[in-house]
Design a protein around this ligand. Structure first.
Ligand SMILES: [Zn+2]
Ligand SMILES: [Zn+2]
Length: 187
């Protein structure tokens, strides 16, 4: 069965060199739907608690929220970093608190201090799904990702082939047989 949850991300981006309005900098509220598949854990009668899926995903994905997402070859990138530099906010500011853990994958690099994500490919809804899968595939048994942004939407199915050992009391994934939330030990 599947547990399904949604995350909202507000971001700015543009499609560099795209022949259309999207080549201009603009913003969206994107909605990511994450479907996690596994057996139903008999203890909690859940696949996975949805708030826990959100927590795991939000840890890295908050890098995209109130962030600017630009392709690595976009000339706006050095121009914006120059402005942030001159303003003294490139390496953080006291009001920039909601920061995710910095990450670097094949497809994207996050710079939480200046709320910037630099991507290898244009960040379309399809591009975002590839980035998100890469970031979360080892943390969650993802069966499907859907991303919508304005009138655009994309979805991709995956075939999760493992089962995660979960706590029968709170449903979260056990770490070396121990629940990180309540301390339950598998025997
Ligand atoms: Zn857009
Ligand atoms: Zn527990």
């Amino acid at each position: 069965m599947r547990s399904i949850t949604k995350i909202e991300l507000q971001y700015a981006h543009r499609f560099y060199k795209f022949q259309g309005e999207a080549q201009y900098l603009h913003g969206h509220t994107g909605v990511l739907t994450i479907e996690v598949e596994d057996t139903v854990d008999p203890g909690v009668n859940m696949v996975f608690p949805c708030n826990e899926i959100q927590k795991v995903a939000w840890d890295v994905l908050k890098n995209f929220d109130h962030a600017l997402v630009l392709r690595e070859d976009d000339p706006l990138l050095p121009a914006i970093l120059d402005v942030y530099d001159k303003q003294g906010i490139r390496n953080g500011s006291p009001n920039n608190k909601m920061k995710g853990a910095a990450f670097k994958t094949e497809l994207a690099t996050a710079y939480p201090d200046c709320r910037l994500v630099v991507t290898k490919e244009t960040m379309t809804v399809e591009g975002m799904i590839k980035i998100v899968y890469d970031l979360l595939k080892d943390k969650l048994n993802i069966a499907r990702l859907t991303f919508t942004s304005g009138v655009n939407a994309a979805t991709q199915e995956y075939a999760p082939d493992k089962t995660v050992d979960r706590c029968p009391l709170c449903g979260v994934a056990l770490v070396n047989g121990v629940c990180p939330k309540c301390g339950y030990r598998k025997h």
